[in-house]
Each structure stands twice: as structure tokens, then as C-alpha cells.
Design a protein around this ligand. Structure first.
Ligand code: HEC
Ligand code: HEC
Length: 267
């Protein structure tokens, strides 16, 4: 579980950052999982893909191929909550054909979202993305790699996405693509620092203490600044990232999403 991955210095900053810049970081998210009926479309669609790749050969498309198990019912004798269902899918069921799986949190979220909605979910009109096309768009038309780094390639001026598929859900990522400013995590807010000579530096914050702050500037240089020397120091609340729909159509966004979900920091 590479939650803290060496290739992701930006993630580490979450642990050392001074809370002053982190206003608004609410404890949101996880608890919504316990309520059936609150599943996001992007998670369900990701779940469909995973189900087809990992489960369909035993459980079938309709979910009722294993004797005594009907996945479409949305309720399971061996799991009474989403958390229990995720644990079951990870561990498998010992002494039966149901295998253990090393799924990420995003994958488990997708699978559970799909299982719980399987009975009603209409597969028509779903745009399942293509990971390979997504990779091409990421480095090409989408220009994502002009700001983001993946597996050691690309600049350090935006969050490293090498393990983004392991730490965000499909719905989170989809939202980030459509509305970067609205879904910007406080820890990802770039810093804007104005030096005494008027020079403006903006970029991700790496570290901060009472007297100094370290950031990566526009030219990818690591800058360590004395706060008392600065004319201004603020966390920017508008994302420098354009909405993906500025350059990509709906199918292409789905492709890029599929690619992001494949990034789990393993290579
Ligand atoms: C190799 C065959 C096989 C594969 C692949 C498989 N399963 Fe299963 N699964 C089973 C069997 C067999 C059982 C019933 C075990 C028992 O209780 O005897 C089962 C049981 C379950 C149950 C428990 C149902 C209940 O009512 O408690 C869930 C949930 C489930 N599987 C989900 C999945 C998901 C999701 C995947 C894909 C990630 C998957 N399974 C992949 C064979 C498989
Ligand atoms: C102009 C630079 C720039 C471009 C181009 C850009 N991004 Fe970003 N992106 C950023 C910055 C800066 C952030 C951090 C602030 C934020 O979350 O909005 C970010 C945030 C993100 C996040 C959220 C990261 C997290 O930790 O949750 C994702 C996902 C993402 N970008 C994917 C993409 C994809 C895919 C593309 C191409 C379609 C893209 N970005 C294009 C600069 C950029």
C-alpha cells in the first residue's frame, strides 16, 4: 500500500504543513460510504470495469452465477456494511473459490458502488474510458504532463500523480478534472510569495515552519524563504489547472480518468 510514496514529495507535505494554510480541511468523505444509495456515477462506472475484469468469470454479468449468491440484491449475507464488503472482497472467502484481491481503496470503492447499484444501474450510455488512449491524451492533447509528474517524468510544479489512482476515488478524480478550483484540496493549494524586491513566486509548498517556507517555484527550483523577508505570503484558492473539458471531450475525459486510476505508484 504505497500511500506515502517516495516519488510523491507533495503528499509528504500534508504531514508537516503548518495548519494555518490548511483552513477548510474538513473530515469529509469516508462516512458517506456507509449509506446505501449515495454512490457516485464515476465510482460505479469504474466498478463496472473492475467487475468485468475480475469477477464476471465466476459471478457472470448478471451476478447470479454462483450458487446461493445473487450479487444484484445489493445485500450480502457475509457483509452488512460497505466496509465489511470491502474487507470481504480484499480477503476473499477462505476455503471457497472466492479469491483474495489486492485492490486499492479507489478500486474497492468502485466495486462496492457497482455491487450496491447493480440491480438498477443502466449500462447503456456509460462511457468507459480507455487507459491506453488516456495515457496518450495525458502527454499529448490534454497537456497534463506539462504540469504533472508521473513515475519520475515531468515537472514538479503541480502534484505528482504517480500514485493518484491508489489514493483518490474515481468520483474524486472526475470532479478534479471537471472543476479543479472547486475540488482543490487545501494541501494542494499553491503558495504565492512576494519577495521584498517585488518578485512573485508561485508553486507547491513543500514544507513550512514558523519562520521559513519551502516551495517549488515556476522554474522548478526549490526555494527556501524567510517569512520575515516576504511582502506577501498566501495560499492561492484558484487552481492553476484548466478544467479538462477546455481541451478534451467527454470520451477523452473518461479515457484520462481510466489512465489516472491505473496510476498506483508501483512502477
Ligand atoms: C474464482 C471464482 C470467483 C471470483 C473470480 C470472484 N468470486 Fe466472489 N464468490 C465466489 C464464490 C464461490 C462465492 C461463494 C462463497 C461461499 O460462500 O461459499 C463468492 C462470494 C462472493 C460474495 C459474498 C456474497 C454474500 O452474499 O455474502 C461477494 C460479495 C463476492 N463474491 C464478490 C466478488 C467480487 C466483487 C469479485 C471480483 C472482484 C469476486 N467476487 C470474484 C467466487 C468468485
Ligand atoms: C497549468 C498546469 C496544469 C495542467 C495543464 C494540468 N494540471 Fe492538474 N493540477 C495542477 C495543479 C497546480 C494542481 C494542484 C491544485 C489543484 O488541486 O487544483 C492540479 C491538480 C490535479 C489533480 C488533483 C490532485 C490530487 O491530489 O487530488 C488531478 C487529478 C489533476 N490535476 C490531473 C490533471 C490532468 C489529468 C490534466 C490534463 C487533462 C491536468 N491535471 C492538467 C496543474 C495542472
Amino acid at each position: 500500500m504505497p500511500i506515502l510514496n517516495q516519488t510523491s514529495p507533495f503528499r509528504l507535505s500534508a504531514l508537516v504543513a503548518i495548519p494555518a494554510l490548511l483552513v477548510g480541511l474538513g473530515g469529509s468523505g469516508a462516512s458517506a460510504q456507509d449509506h446505501v444509495g449515495q454512490y457516485e456515477q464515476a465510482d460505479v462506472e469504474f466498478g463496472v470495469r473492475l467487475y468485468n475484469a475480475n469477477c464476471v468469470r465466476c459471478h457472470s454479468e448478471t451476478g447470479d452465477a454462483v450458487a446461493g449468491v445473487d450479487l444484484r440484491t445489493g445485500t450480502y449475507s457475509r457483509a452488512d456494511s460497505d466496509a465489511a464488503l470491502m474487507a470481504l472482497i480484499r480477503r476473499g472467502i477462505p476455503d471457497t473459490a472466492m479469491p483474495p484481491n489486492d485492490f486499492s481503496r479507489a478500486e474497492l470503492t468502485g466495486l462496492v458502488a457497482y455491487l450496491r447499484t447493480m440491480r438498477d444501474f443502466d449500462l447503456r450510455g456509460v462511457t468507459l474510458g480507455d487507459e491506453t488512449r488516456g495515457h496518450t491524451l495525458f502527454t499529448g492533447k490534454g497537456a497534463c504532463s506539462s504540469c504533472h509528474r508521473v513515475s519520475g517524468q515531468g515537472p514538479r510544479t503541480a502534484p505528482d500523480l504517480s500514485d493518484i489512482g491508489a489514493i483518490r476515488t474515481a468520483a474524486n478524480l472526475h470532479q478534479s478534472l471537471l472543476d479543479p478550483s472547486g475540488s482543490m484540496l487545501p494541501v494542494n493549494r499553491p503558495v504565492r510569495a512576494v519577495l521584498s524586491d517585488g518578485t512573485v513566486l508561485t508553486g507547491p509548498r513543500l514544507n513550512e515552519d514558523t519562520y521559513t517556507i519551502q516551495l517549488i517555484d515556476q522554474s522548478e527550483r526549490l526555494r527556501s524563504l524567510e517569512k520575515s523577508d516576504l511582502r506577501e505570503l498566501v495560499a492561492v484558492t484558484t487552481s492553476p489547472m484548466p478544467p479538462a473539458t477546455d481541451v478534451l471531450d467527454e470520451q477523452e475525459v473518461a479515457d484520462v480518468l481510466a489512465y489516472l486510476l491505473s496510476l498506483k505508484g508501483l512502477n
